[in-house]
Write a protein that binds this ligand. Sequence first.
Ligand code: RRO
Length: 309
Amino acid sequence: MNNLLKTTFLNRDFPSPLVLPAGIMGVSASSMEYISRSGCGAVTTKSLSLSPRKGHPGPVTEPVTGGLLNAMGLCNPGIKEGLEEAIAYKGDAGLIISLFATNAKEFAELAKQTDESAKTDKMQKALIELNLSCPNVLDEFGTPLAASSVEVTRIIKAVKASTTLPVIAKLSPNVTDIIPIAKAAEEAGADALCLINTLGPGLAIDIETVKPILSNKYGGLSGACVKPIALRLVHLVSQAVSIPIIGMGGVTTWEDAVEMIMAGADMVGIGTAVMDEGMEIYQKVNAGMVEYMEAKKITSINNIPRLEN
Ligand code: RRO
């Protein structure tokens, strides 16, 4: 990997600022190692819950113009198996363990188990992501926790008391005002923020059967069409907090990645575009960023200029 791309985030060194977001791949050590070899700087597991979850029945994804609807329904093998795979992971890319729960007590338990696993050599450098923002389990669990500053505060405080690993809070774009929520996360002790989770949720209709296409009826919207909203929210939040940000939402090209950094992101997630373009996208975006930095004589990701107010 080119030295220009090396970056430090939450006291960990990463070979590239590009991140595989939660939910794009599963949690198996071998698939995460494959992503690591593809030029990704950090890989995030599927969000792990205390018990395994099957997720929603198919169809769980539907392409729409400029993007993708998904309602996977939080399918994951559960924290125990997820952590076993994380311990077995041997890639160079950093590892972000994404956790999902419905209340502070469960989140704290997940964080405690992750912390225990991190005492093994292999996982010492892992980071924790709290998925506070899944839009696809509204029937089961109600409004995402990231809609409430009170819930966000309670969860982050409980998690911080249960682990010494850095904690990243993944926020929802589906709120009236994200700033008080981002500030609440920072004040409660979050070490970084990740935004945005998918928008909506949205609806796609089969015009022959006059039925929703997704079995869950509604699904979160991601892909190129959400990029302007992601950029705006990353920019707004970066002006309001001092903790670093993993920015994601619609990033497809190296130009998009540079734009996301200019908006205020320290690392950049590429998720939906991987589904269209394959893992080669990371090398392609890395190469484009290097060429841009060389042409502009920029010697570090941190020196890419940021949009001011
Ligand atoms: O699994 C999902 O349906 C899902 C999750 Br957990 C999430 O955080 N965001 C999303 O779009 N889908």
